[in-house]
Design a protein around this ligand. Structure first.
Ligand SMILES: [Zn+2]
Length: 290
């Protein structure tokens, strides 16, 4: 069976959008459960300013508190050098940077233009490459922007090209608002695959209109073999009004299995992690803080 890599982003992309602050111990327990599911990479946290994302203020505690499974790569978002250095101190295995394909989204999300954001990331990528830490690039709004509407596939391609040139080993194509359809995702892939082979890209599709799995199926036809998902389908985007969560890891894993793809995931352990997550985010004490 051909293999598809599922890149678990729930502890970061999912939890960062929870309004109630999740206790650090609960995040650690969730990641420990996910570490036994069979993922090769888990995105654990984000070394951003707590001023911007209070949920991620405990990034270093989370990363140093988990029980490391030697078979798992533990990744974290590091938008600037300070974040990268803190992540390195916390023994991160892989880091990620994020740019947008939409100018307005870039301004609203990270307060700078696309070009400025790429300039800001260059030293992070250089520092990571010097430490032999792999860097993943994210591009958001690849199939639509909450502010601008349609996003030109050529704009997505241009950002991908820069991220790959800078030294990212892979670019994750984020349909941040989940408005992509097989038609628009196809048009976008036609463009980005002009700059690199499909192995260089991952699909990161939100499920707003329940089309994430269709978009994954299409992307598989294009040769993509890595897809991001979040346990429990967590995660809208605080800067993208109306955005529903990431595609659920369980839904993605089951669909891939049905279609004959190997994911290497243990569905029972995945169900355990998802069940635990539901107890964490449903805790009334936590909810009242939000
Ligand atoms: Zn996402």
């Amino acid at each position: 069976m051909d293999k598809v890599r599922i890149y678990e982003v729930g502890p970061r992309d999912g939890l960062q959008n929870e309004k109630a602050i999740i206790p650090t111990d609960s995040k650690i327990a969730l990641i420990n459960l996910l570490s036994e599911v069979g993922f090769d990479t888990i995105e654990t946290t984000s070394f951003v300013s707590p001023k911007w994302v209070p949920q991620m203020a405990d990034a270093a505690d989370v990363l140093t508190g988990i029980d490391r499974n030697p078979d798992v790569t533990y990744a974290a978002l590091t938008p600037n050098l300070k974040g990268f250095e803190n992540a390195l101190t916390a023994d991160v295995d892989e880091v990620a940077i994020f740019a947008a394909a939409s100018e307005t989204f870039s301004q609203k999300n990270i307060n700078c233009s696309i070009a400025e954001s790429l300039e800001r990331f260059a030293p992070v990528v250089a520092a990571a490459n010097a430490e032999e830490i792999p860097v993943r690039g994210y591009v958001s709004c690849v199939a639509g922007c909450p502010y601008e509407g349609d996003v030109a596939p050529a704009a997505v391609r241009a950002v991908c090209e820069r991220l790959l040139d800078m030294g990212c080993y892979e670019v994750s194509l984020g349909d941040t608002i989940g408005k992509g359809t097989p038609k628009t995702i196809g048009q976008m892939l036609d463009e980005v695959l002009k700059v690199a082979r499909p192995e260089k890209f991952a699909g990161h599709y939100h499920d707003t209109d329940n089309r994430a799995l269709d978009n994954v199926a299409l992307s598989l036809d294009y040769g993509l073999r890595t897809f991001d998902s979040a346990v429990g389908g967590l995660g809208g985007c605080p800067y993208a009004p109306g955005a529903k969560g990431n595609v659920s890891t369980t839904a993605l894993a089951h669909k891939l299995a049905e279609d004959g793809w190997a994911t290497g995931l243990d569905f029972c352990r995945l169900a355990d992690a998802e069940h635990y997550l539901k107890t964490v985010i449903a805790t009334p004490a936590a909810r009242t803080q939000g």
